[in-house]
Design a protein around this ligand. Sequence first.
Ligand code: CTP
Length: 379
Amino acid sequence: EPMQVIKKLNHHNFRAYLVGGSLRDYLLGNTPQDFDIATDAKPEDVMRLFEKVIPTGINHGTVTVIINDVKIEVTTFRIEKEYQNHRWPSVEFTDSLYEDLKRRDFTINAMAYHPDEGLIDYFNGLDDLKNRIVRCVGNPQERFFEDALRILRCIRFAAQLNFSIDTMTFQGVVLLKDLLKKISMERINTELSKILKSKNPLYGIQLLYESGVGEVVIQEYERIYKFLHSTKFDLIPFSLKIPAFFAALRDAKKVETLMRKLRFDRKNIALAITLCNYLNSEYSTEYLVRKIFFEEEKAEEIIIALSILNKDDTMVELFNKLRVKNRLVKKEDVKIKGEDLLELGLKGKEIGNVLQMVYEYILYNPEKNNRKDILDFVN
Ligand code: CTP
């Protein structure tokens, strides 16, 4: 689909190249999800030439073209003229592919491809891709001054691709990390989430620590790092990566405040608080495993996450043992309801209290989960 777009633009005498992350991912042997094309056609030309288009960011020169449900971002060659507060630069169009590529963040993101011309690689991005290095295009400090989010993106790409960071580039990260304070929480959130959900989150967590970037974007990052660095964090189930990271703060109030500030959604915040409370609880391992299975929706994942965070392998073993023996029951399967207790003549608050006692009883005696045994217990 992107080649169709390039051909059509060429046919109308415009130049067009595949660029950015999609080319990088393609060269790495991965299938890109969305494509970026850079062209000397102006947004209005692109809008005119293609059938299905979305004016995604006309002011920044970007039009999304949709072909066979594939989204292709077509952006006019541009240079960033002035930088305002280290973010969202105002743009100016250019006729030069070279100028367009020169303003990009990293060499691995600054290549271009055309089906007839082949790979265009002014900044040795292919070498860096082969040697697995994240390196700024030109002077790192200039690139980071232009858009401070790149400081975090640098660590994100290293973690996602399992690349090292070029020495000068890393020095730039360390030197200018405080500029990240000017970046919006939404943009920080996006990059941080990508780091935690990458293939190598622990490596990202390590880089955030070594560079001092973690301390700039998260208060008390050291506390999180110290708790996580010797764990097998990489093995935590995908859906709990973000909550587990924040739970490492070990203080539910702080977890909530910090995650709200960083614009995480309620689901992630609730899960982080749940994990945090379990981490701090003094229940025995067996009680904890039973309770989590009994009460939590993502029980299995929570147990795996806790066993990794607690460095307590017995949790998962125990869970499997109890499950194989079928000695675990879910809360909703307990064979007695509030109405049954009402019939027995219990009232109001009593019902809640007795029900809680029944739950605790079944938690440890799943084989008694039948009406007769439960009623005996209640009596
Ligand atoms: N880019 C940049 N500086 C930024 C953001 C983006 O130079 N702060 C350039 C890079 O060339 C990048 C391209 O714009 O490759 C597209 O940006 P984006 O979609 O954010 O990143 P991708 O590299 O495509 O990575 P991914 O899609 O995996 O997030």
